[in-house]
Design a protein around this ligand. Structure first.
Ligand code: 0RA
Length: 653
């Protein structure tokens, strides 16, 4: 804490207020994770979202339509908007500029603008003052009333009172901050991660232009890496983006945009010919991963309306079994976005909407509009109902298949897969399961592992592409049955065929270990797709990891070094061989099987030395698109993606 004596523009000292501020921000620095989730990649990116959210709020209030994000050379971030500019007039009680209050007092942001959809709980909405507290340096420039104002901060602490420094024709706020290395474990921003969020925001808030420029990455022509996100039609465009690679059942998405009981509700939905339900829900632009009352209202309204329509039209007459709620949503992609003035967030990750009044608002809205749609589009209505009947029939078949499987004891307590080399511990928190590509690598892993807490399940060849299979076929696959059985999870209660029961999960680390080549990454993607579609909870709990075997072994005499990147290969070749690269022996590992058990242990499996990449679903809609694209039928987008990305999207380093 510094600046005990400082003068404001009007000449009064402002010591007392300043100290309470620092105490508030000190709390943020002491427990940053409480405010921004964590201090790793996720938290680092959160700082940007927080600042951008403030500009989005200004846009939603109707005063701003452009937001530019820039990653500066030193990984500092600049966010610029063309809103009204944060007010700079003196704050009566605090005896300092309103801008300074916004920047240095916890949760001060919303004070000026009651009635906007500011978020009080959850991960966002902690206030730009948190960003300030967690930055080694911050600078804000406000353009307002023909004048420019600025203030800078060090770890949240103002370096000088807000000062006027020039004239301007425009209005707006520009915030530049550099995350504090004392706080964050990583300081390097990921361009694609920021892009996904900005793209999502553009779809969720039509008419706002968001751009990103990366000054760290220069193109050959001297320009910088740059993207622009803008959506004319909001969620309708979002659906098109999400479902672009899937075959549509009906050409045009069904869209709902309006307000019910004072709650703004926007929905876009589209049926495709796949079998997966793909719902994304948002409250105040926050992805509600765990769903909640808005999603419940959507499901309720959908089921009730479609069931009512099909029954009235006599379309279910020949059906010999019950239609379940799930059947109405197979092959449905939908985005639901609501704005709630005082959202209550619940659930493990605080991403489940709790406000009960939202259920009936959404349900009524969906009923009214969908009823109209079905009346006005009889052809499409019939296609949808046929699809529902197909889903119900398939579910019925799946039920039979599952019953059979269960009777045969595959999912019971009757025993683990024969191919599983289990570990001896039985505390799941300590146990790890390696899913290994191929019997040969599986053998090496069995020899190399620590058998106390590491189990090995070899998978043969390519596992089923669940993206293309009908759900009841998924359990026909031996590899997939083995994964279920080894993990100890069970599925398919009578009420909810997809519910996953993790109570008996036997390992809290599930590690996908494949060759470091194209085939290997394809297999890893297949396994990940399976987890994403059928065991998402496992990923959400942070139980899924990817092993990173080395690419090269470089030897000279008795010295041996492993390399994971081409850069390391060059570096280490030079370190061991000097100018003469022929002095060293470079072995390229084409597969895990080429490593000895000891090598596999020391490079890839030993907790002391290995690097595991934890799989996270940072942005479910982006992940969904990636999986549907990588695993779907359309080849061109897949090629494009694979060419653009050497590694997976949505995987934290
Ligand atoms: C409250 C009142 C006014 C502007 C803002 C907030 C504002 C905040 C941020 C944060 C980032 N960009 C922003 N732009 C505007 C203005 C009230 C008035 O002019 O009467």
């Amino acid at each position: 804490m510094s600046e005990k004596l400082n003068k404001t523009q009007s000449g009064t000292t402002y010591t007392a207020a300043n100290i309470t501020v620092l105490e508030g921000l000190e709390a943020v620095r002491k427990r940053p994770a409480m405010y921004i989730g964590d201090v790793n990649m996720r938290g680092l990116h959160h700082l940007v979202y927080e600042v951008v959210d403030n500009s989005i709020d200004e846009a939603l209030a109707g005063y701003c339509d452009k937001i530019n994000v820039t990653i500066l050379e030193n990984n500092a971030i600049r966010v610029e908007d063309n809103g009204r500019g944060i007010p700079v007039d003196m704050h009566e009680k605090e005896n300092r500029s309103a801008l300074e209050v916004v920047m240095t007092v916890l949760h001060a942001g919303g004070k000026f603008d009651k009635g906007s959809y500011k978020v009080s709980g959850g991960l966002h909405g902690v206030g730009v003052s948190c960003v300030n507290a967690l930055s080694i340096h911050t600078k804000v420039v406000v353009e307002r009333g023909g004048k420019k104002y600025e203030q800078e901060y060090e770890r949240g602490n103002p370096k000088y009172p807000v000062r006027e420094f020039g004239t301007t024709q425009r209005t707006g706020t520009t915030t530049e901050f550099q995350p504090d290395p004392e706080i964050f474990t990583t300081l390097i921003y990921d361009y694609d991660t920021l892009c996904s969020r900005l793209r999502e925001l553009a779809f969720l808030n039509k008419g706002i232009e968001l751009t990103i420029t990366d000054l760290r990455t220069q193109n050959e022509d001297g320009t910088y890496l740059h993207d622009r996100f803008y959506s004319e039609n909001g969620l309708k465009d979002f659906i098109e983006y999400l479902d672009g690679t899937r075959e549509k059942l009906i050409p045009e998405p069904i869209c709902i945009d309006g307000e019910k009981n004072g709650i703004p509700i926007e929905i876009a939905m589209q049926y495709n010919t796949t079998f997966t339900e793909n719902l994304h829900s948002y409250v105040n632009n926050i992805n509600t991963h765990e769903g909640g009352t808005h999603l419940q209202g959507f499901r309720q309204g959908m089921t009730r309306t479609l069931k009512g329509y099909a029954t009235k039209e006599g379309m279910f007459e020949k059906l010999k079994f019950e239609i379940s709620g799930d059947d109405f949503r197979e092959g449905l992609t939908a985005v639901i976005s609501v704005k709630v003035a005082e959202p209550q967030f619940e659930g493990q990750t605080k991403t489940k909407l709790g406000n009960s009044e939202v259920t009936s608002a959404v349900s009524q809205m969906v009923s009214e509009l969908l009823t109209n749609y079905l009346e006005e589009h009889p052809k499409e209505a019939k296609q949808i109902v046929d699809k529902v009947i197909l889903a119900a029939t398939a579910r019925h078949a799946a039920r039979k298949a599952r019953d059979l499987v269960q009777r045969q004891g595959v999912f019971g307590s009757l025993g683990l897969p024969g191919k599983l080399a289990d570990c001896s511990h039985n505390d799941p928190a300590l146990c790890e399961l390696f899913l290994v590509e191929g019997d040969s690598a599986g053998g090496t892993a069995k020899q190399g592992r620590n058998r106390e807490y590491q189990a090995i399940l070899p998978l043969r060849g390519k596992i089923l592409n669940v993206e293309k299979a009908m759900p009841h076929r998924v359990l026909d696959s031996d590899e997939i049955k083995n994964i279920y059985t080894a993990l100890g999870v069970t599925i398919g209660t009578a009420e909810d065929a997809k519910a996953l029961n993790l109570d008996k999960l036997r390992y809290h680390k599930v590690v996908i270990m494949t060759d470091a080549d194209v085939d290997g990454s394809h297999i890893a993607t297949l396994i990940l797709t399976f987890f994403f579609r059928y065991m998402r909870e496992l990923i959400e709990h942070g139980y899924v990891y990817i092993a990173t075997p080395p690419l090269y072994l470089i030897q000279r005499g008795k010295q041996a070094r492993y390399c994971w990147t081409e850069q390391e290969r060059e570096q280490i070749t030079f370190e061991l061989g000097g100018e003469d690269a022929s002095k060293v022996d470079i072995q390229r590992y084409k597969g895990l099987g080429e490593m000895s058990e000891h090598q596999l242990w020391e490079t890839t499996m030993d907790p002391e030395r290995r690097t595991l990449r934890q799989v996270t679903i940072e942005n479910a809609s982006a992940a969904d698109r990636v999986f549907s694209m990588l695993m779907g039928d359309e080849v061109p987008p897949r090629r494009e993606f694979i060419e653009a990305h050497a590694t997976y999207a949505n995987i934290d380093a």
